[in-house]
Design a protein around this ligand. Structure first.
Ligand code: SF4
Ligand SMILES: [Zn+2]
Ligand SMILES: [Zn+2]
Length: 338
C-alpha cells in the first residue's frame, strides 16, 4: 500500500481512525501535527515554559519527551522509582539510557530512599497500590517542579488512556472526576504546578508506531500493579467499539472537551452541591489549598499533607517489621525466647 500523503513511498503505518496510511517520514509529520494541535487547542504551554516530563520508562512518556525535545522545547525528564522489585530497576535503566543518548540526565527520585516504596506504602496505609502511587507521584511532581523552577509538568497519557478514563467516570457517574478530567489542569496556587497531557490526541497504536519507527528502547512490561487496574477494562471496551467504528474514541473524547458541551460544568455544579467536589479555586478566586503542610510545606487542606501522613505510617510499619524480624532472629539463634 502506498503512503496516502506523499503517494510515493510504501506505507508503514495504517490508521483506520484517520482513514490514512503513512510512510515513516509522513507519519512523523502527522504525529507532530497532532501534538502541535493538542498543545494549541487546549493552550497547554508556550515556548517560554520550562517543562518537566514525567517518564516511567514506558513508551508513551519516552515518546513524549523525545517529541518535545525534537520540537525544541525546554524539557527535562523526571523518573520516579516506585520501589517495585525488578520492574523499577528495569524501567530506570531504560530512562537513563534514553536520556544519555540525547545528551540529557534524567532527574531521579527513588521512593525507597524516600521511605515510601509503593508496595510498603500500600500495605501500611491499607490502600490499593495505585491509589497511594497516584498521591505520592503528585507530591513529587509538585516538589521537583518547584525546586527546579519548572512551570509545567507533562505526562504521557494518550487518547486511549483519557477516553478509557472518561468512559469509567461516566459509567459510574463520578461527577467530581468528570469535572476535573482535562488535558490541562491549571496550577491551583503556590507550590502546585500546571499539569498537561500533550499526547491526548494520539492513540496507543500511534505512540507505539512512533516508538517503533524511532527505535526507542522502552520497558515493554507494564507495571505489575496495573493488572488489577479497572481502567484497562474501559480501554478494552473502547477498543472493541473502535474496531467496529473507527474514529469513535476520538469523537467521544473531543466531544467531551468541546467548549459547547455543558457536561463538565454541570457535573462540577452537581458535585459541588452534593459536597463531593472541592473546587481547586474558591469563588473569590483564591486557591483552595491555603494551608502549608506542617512537615514538608506543601499546600494542603489539612494541617499535615496526605503524603506526609502516608509516609509516617509507612516508616512506622517498616520500623515495627524490622523490630519483629530482629526479635525472630534472636529467638532463632537461641539468645532469647521469641
Ligand atoms: S499501575 Fe498503579 S502502581 Fe503501577 S504505576 Fe500505575 S498507578 Fe502506579
Ligand atoms: Zn509518505
Ligand atoms: Zn507534607
Amino acid at each position: 500500500m502506498k503512503c496516502k500523503r506523499c503517494r510515493k513511498a510504501t506505507a508503514a503505518v495504517e490508521l483506520r481512525s484517520h482513514n490514512a496510511a503513512f510512510c515513516p517520514d509522513c507519519f512523523f509529520i502527522f504525529f507532530r501535527r497532532q501534538v502541535e494541535e493538542g498543545i494549541r487547542k487546549q493552550r497547554l504551554f508556550s515556548r517560554d515554559d520550562r517543562i518537566l516530563v514525567c517518564v516511567s520508562g514506558g513508551k508513551d512518556s519516552l515518546v513524549l519527551w523525545d517529541e518535545l525535545l525534537e520540537m525544541g522545547y525546554d524539557a527535562e525528564g523526571l523518573y520516579i522509582g516506585l520501589g517495585i522489585p525488578g520492574y523499577s530497576d528495569r524501567s530506570k535503566e531504560k530512562v537513563i539510557a534514553f536520556a544519555e543518548a540525547r545528551g540529557k540526565k534524567a532527574i531521579i527520585v527513588d521512593l525507597r530512599d524516600e521511605g515510601v516504596p509503593i508496595p510498603e506504602a500500600a500495605r501500611a496505609n491499607k490502600k490499593h497500590e495505585c491509589s497511594v502511587c497516584g498521591a505520592i507521584k503528585r507530591h513529587f511532581f509538585n516538589r521537583v517542579a518547584a525546586e527546579g523552577n519548572f512551570t509545567v509538568v507533562a505526562t504521557g497519557h494518550n487518547l486511549d488512556d483519557e477516553s478509557g478514563r472518561l468512559l469509567g467516570n461516566v459509567l459510574h457517574w463520578q461527577k467530581s472526576h468528570i469535572a476535573r478530567q482535562h488535558p490541562l489542569l491549571a496550577a491551583a496556587g503556590e507550590g502546585l504546578v500546571r499539569k498537561v497531557k500533550p499526547l491526548w490526541r494520539l492513540s496507543e497504536q500511534e505512540t507505539a508506531s512512533y516508538a517503533f519507527l524511532k527505535g526507542i528502547d522502552f520497558v515493554i512490561e507494564e507495571c505489575p500493579m496495573s493488572e488489577q487496574a479497572t481502567s484497562l477494562i474501559f480501554k478494552e471496551a473502547l477498543s472493541i467499539i473502535e474496531e467496529r467504528m473507527p474514529g469513535s474514541r476520538m469523537a467521544f473524547y473531543t466531544g467531551f472537551l468541546d467548549p459547547g458541551n455543558p457536561v463538565r460544568e454541570a457535573m462540577a455544579k452537581a458535585a459541588a452541591e452534593s459536597g463531593e467536589f472541592e473546587p481547586a479555586i474558591k469563588d473569590d478566586g483564591s486557591p483552595a489549598g491555603t494551608h502549608l503542610c506542617d512537615r514538608c510545606g506543601a499546600p494542603t487542606l489539612a494541617q499535615t499533607c496526605g503524603y506526609c501522613r502516608m509516609k509516617a505510617k509507612t516508616v512506622e510499619r517498616a520500623a515495627q517489621d524490622a523490630a519483629k524480624s530482629a526479635t525472630g532472629a534472636r529467638a532463632a539463634s537461641g539468645k532469647e525466647p521469641a
